[in-house]
Design a protein around this ligand. Sequence first.
Ligand SMILES: Nc1nc2c(c(=O)[nH]1)N[C@H]1C(S)=C(S)[C@@H](COP(=O)(O)O)O[C@H]1N2
Ligand SMILES: [Mo]
Length: 230
Amino acid sequence: MEENEKLDRIVDARMKLKRRFEDKMAQTPSVADEKPRGKGPTNRHGMPQVPIGQTVTQKWPVLDLGYQPVIPLDKWQLNIDGEVNNPVRLKWDDLMALPQVEDTSDFHCVTTWSRLDVPWVGVRFMDLAALVDPKGSATHVMCYGYDGYATNISLEEALKPDVLLVHTADGQPLTKEHGGPLRMITPQLYAWKGSKWIKRIEFMAGNRLGFWEERGYSDTAYPWRNDRYS
Ligand SMILES: Nc1nc2c(c(=O)[nH]1)N[C@H]1C(S)=C(S)[C@@H](COP(=O)(O)O)O[C@H]1N2
Ligand SMILES: [Mo]
């Protein structure tokens, strides 16, 4: 396909996603709730900086399933498939050739710690979605890690501009403990919604539960609603 044609298709897919999810996104709790629970100054999406039940920490605890996979960059790949018109398999160089975004956001773990103002660098989930062009039937994604983890998220959450697939944190390559070479982050949801060591994003026609969601964690994970367990 011609480069121009390819770009047109990506722009088209982006406009389509915007039209489909803009309203839904504006109605999500972490943007729309009138009485969000928490304390501190208002953050950029209108919520109190520290959600209810969270304590700010300077440290960055590590949470995993007891196994930290090692993925050399030349073996690394990310598959994006399912309900999409243009499934892709990205190698590391393909990922780095996509627009790189710097953003600073907060990280809220369900185990009650929050790490504020983490500087990240990575690729927007939205840009990856526009690349694969989700079918009209797609409503959710399942994100899979190289360690066997999986977590589900709705498209109106995943398409938010602060949802990134990051390779850099605090100015350093993301360490293996925290999901390097690449992990997802979901600043407006509890952090378990962001898969570390991400290897596959499956677009789904409907919802399915991930690893923790099947084991009693909330499907929706809204920090300002104290929405931890189902
Ligand atoms: N692949 C994978 N991703 C994962 C997990 C995991 O065990 N495996 N744990 C989740 C949980 S419960 C949290 S709180 C965050 C923790 O990220 P951290 O270890 O960088 O603090 O990653 C989430 N993503
Ligand atoms: Mo967690």
